[in-house]
Write a protein that binds this ligand. Structure first.
Ligand code: ZN
Ligand code: ZN
Length: 357
């Protein structure tokens, strides 16, 4: 953790401020190790403070070695104002994305001893490249879903509702040790599978339905993200088989391209090209993938407008889909680690053919 603070100090220095206020709770956890739900960090050249309230003082002391824990009595802003009285900082950076307008107005009022400067994505940029410890946690979160997948496949069948199946899956994932879901399970069958983010509904799964299942869990603070599409019934219709094969070919082409030095936008373009080549370009509306870590969506994005160059240690999803309105859709999503010479695929669940349940 202290290594992360050291790297952050370099960025703070480069951005021209003297101290930096971290209010995004995921960033607080990333930098300090503190897992509570309320806390902010003040990072200066020679100090690292964690401000939290009495519910968390003991926990913070144990989880965040290297940080001086200061207990908030009224509000963290009032405490911060007091702390800044005794310091010489003139320029204080804060996280533009993690301060509400209301908080900002209050900051301007109470922290008049400093000039406030909004900064963008400072900690998010640190989070781009994962260390092996973080990759281990992601691998564990991915493995947990992999393990539950055949179990849930056995429970997808005609006559059961989407909601029933999703609930069972959530139970199975929590039971296997997931800290929590990384996001609400997406499970959509039949024509509803054409909704890329379909919520499980009361709809009953029927024979001939494609069932799109997208879920992820959190282990040790790190997320996984996974999608497979299965077919209920023995024989796929030709269009179902075809879009499955096209999505698979596009996904594999994207993964094959991934290595250090490749532009994220080029991976997206390659995937899109395969889908467009088969005439389904207009049915793939979202981007190809996203980074994941302490949050399920983080940098880098694999999309048309991504500016990032892939680097070893980044972890991304590759998840193209084809969604035919009123008919159904297919998405396949794996998590990969970018290495010097290629992509290491963490997801092990089978995908080479349309699974029939
Ligand atoms: Zn997903
Ligand atoms: Zn995803």
């Amino acid at each position: 953790m202290l290594e992360r603070v050291r790297r952050l100090r370099q960025l703070i220095d480069e951005s021209g401020v003297e101290a930096f206020l971290v209010t995004g709770i995921d960033n607080v956890r990333y930098l300090s190790g503190f897992t509570g739900s309320a806390g902010v960090l003040l990072i200066g050249p020679d100090e690292a403070l964690l401000l939290t309230d009495a519910r968390y003082t003991v926990q913070a002391g144990a989880e965040a070695p290297g940080f001086e824990v200061v207990t908030v009595e009224k509000t963290w802003l009032e405490l911060l104002a007091e702390l800044l009285q005794n310091r010489v900082y003139q320029l204080l950076g804060f996280e533009a994305a993690h301060v509400t307008h209301q908080q900002f107005l209050r900051m301007r009022e109470l922290l008049s001893m400093v000039e406030l400067r909004p900064l963008k994505d400072l900690v998010e940029r640190l989070r781009l490249v994962k260390d092996e410890e973080e990759i281990r946690a992601i691998r564990q979160a991915v493995g947990l879903v992999d393990e539950a997948f055949p179990w849930i496949v056995d429970r997808i069948r005609a006559g059961r509702s989407e909601r029933e199946i999703a609930l069972e899956l959530e139970f199975a994932l929590r039971d296997r040790g997931a800290e929590r879901m990384a996001f609400e399970i997406i499970l959509a069958s039949g024509a509803r599978s054409a909704l890329p983010h379909g919520r499980p509904s009361g709809k009953v799964v029927e024979k001939g339905d494609l069932v799109l299942l997208d879920c992820g869990v959190v282990c040790d603070g790190y997320c996984s993200d996974f999608t497979r599409t299965v077919l209920v019934g023995a024989v796929p219709e030709p269009w179902q088989e075809e879009i499955y094969q096209v999505v698979l070919a596009a996904q594999e082409a994207g993964i094959r391209m991934i290595r250090t030095g490749v532009l994220a936008a080029d991976v997206d373009a390659r995937v899109r090209e395969v889908i467009a080549h088969h005439g389904y370009g207009e049915y793939f509306g979202h981007s190809t993938g996203h980074g994941l870590g302490v949050q399920v969506h983080e940098l880098p994005r694999l999309g048309r407008f991504s500016e990032e160059t892939l680097q070893a240690g980044m972890v991304v999803t590759v998840e193209p889909g084809i969604y035919l309105p009123d008919r159904g859709g297919v998405r396949i999503e794996d998590v990969v680690v970018i290495r010097e010479d290629g992509a290491e695929i963490l997801t092990l669940a089978p995908k080479d053919r349309l699974i029939r349940v």
